[in-house]
Design a protein around this ligand. Sequence first.
Ligand code: NAD
Length: 432
Amino acid sequence: MSSRTKDVYLVIGGSGFLGRHVVEALLARGDAVSVFDIVQRYHDVPFYMGDISEEEQVADALRKSGATCIIHTASPLHGMDDPALYWKVNVDGTQAVINAAVATGVPKLVYTSSAGVVFNGNDLIDVDERIPQPEKAMDPYNESKAKAEQIVLAANGKGGLYTVALRPAGIFGPGDRQLITGLYQTWQRGQSHFQIGDNTNLFDWTYVGNCAYAHLLAADKLGPPNPAEIARLKEELQVALPSIECTTQRHRVPTSEARPLGPYVTPPPNAEKILANWEDPHYVPRVPRPAVRGKFDQFSEAALVREDNAQLQVAGQVFFVTNGEPTGFWDIPRIVYRFFDEHFEKPNTRRRIILPREVGLLLASAAEWWSWLVGKEPGFTRFRVTFSCAWRCFNIERTRRVLGYEPQVGLEEGLKRTLESWAAERQKVGKS
Ligand code: NAD
């Protein structure tokens, strides 16, 4: 039996893609959960219809549901031309959620931020949570998410409320309404042979189930600083974390203890053992491996002292959440395009055209200008070009150590589940 004291959850935005996965994860472990949203899509948990920018509506749902923990995943979708709406929901709405939580005595708030709050078009290579938010955000959506995150963190420890913000990168999975739909539209337009940039830029994605799991871990660990837990984490900092092998599985990397023997004239005394290790698919090289930390490491002695161990706490902190398996940006779209080719038996046989970033930016400017002229939403934008050519990969060591997060579903398996569910959904509505 777990020693966890059970919370009662209100998932704000629980009718959405990620929110629904959070609800399902909570139900799967037998927790009490209700949903607050502007639309109702499911009927298996208590539902409170409302808008987060109306504080009284949130407070009412908190009182009625008896929630002790809020998981706030609500936001308008990215990509709309409506800065006022983003501000109203993400900034004013998040402030209203905090006010309602304090007014009703709810002690925990887990906020879904976004890795996009630190992206302004520049390359992000293995950055950790110390990277500051840029002065100018990439767009109004990310600006509002960044501001909301600041509000959430500033509310920590005030009025009996503890808060934490998670920053997932590129969520995908069954129920997604953005990524696969966008790629499908590109494929339908016959544009799947275009690639912008040379695909050397690594990019992080997050399977939605992993992301939901991280939210539950954050909720479980959220609370006042725990000196015993901090001492335990500090001790563990001495040991390196194992690599993430969800998709790749364990590589048989030769070590002196496990490799096929070369043409020795005289085999070493432990030759049999070495060979047996090599043959054994479950052989794990000796652990623990010591962690080597330089001066600039977020967990170096100096950094821990400077930050007063804040990076080992949950409350008032941000955490990047990814699959920990960065890939070339175009790798995922290519797999999805190939799936469409096969699913619809309509392969795109045209030769791949690789446009340099600068050409992409020029074409996108022209497309944006044309869309403005004819009064349509542009499909091809400078944001998209910048996005697909930039490095965006994040260091998740803090999330793994402090939240105890390990991705449960690898990229490959996650993508398989996503595409199967996409095809099943289409079949349900009578499309091939
Ligand atoms: P989604 O649109 O599927 O879900 C959002 C939910 O919020 C919807 O059900 C919507 O009805 C609800 N909502 C919107 N405005 C509301 C309001 N005023 N009051 C109450 N409910 C409201 O989006 P998603 O992809 O599941 O994203 C969930 C969260 O994750 C968002 O906060 C988003 O910013 C963040 N995020 C998403 C991604 C991604 O790739 N999808 C990446 C990083 C961060």
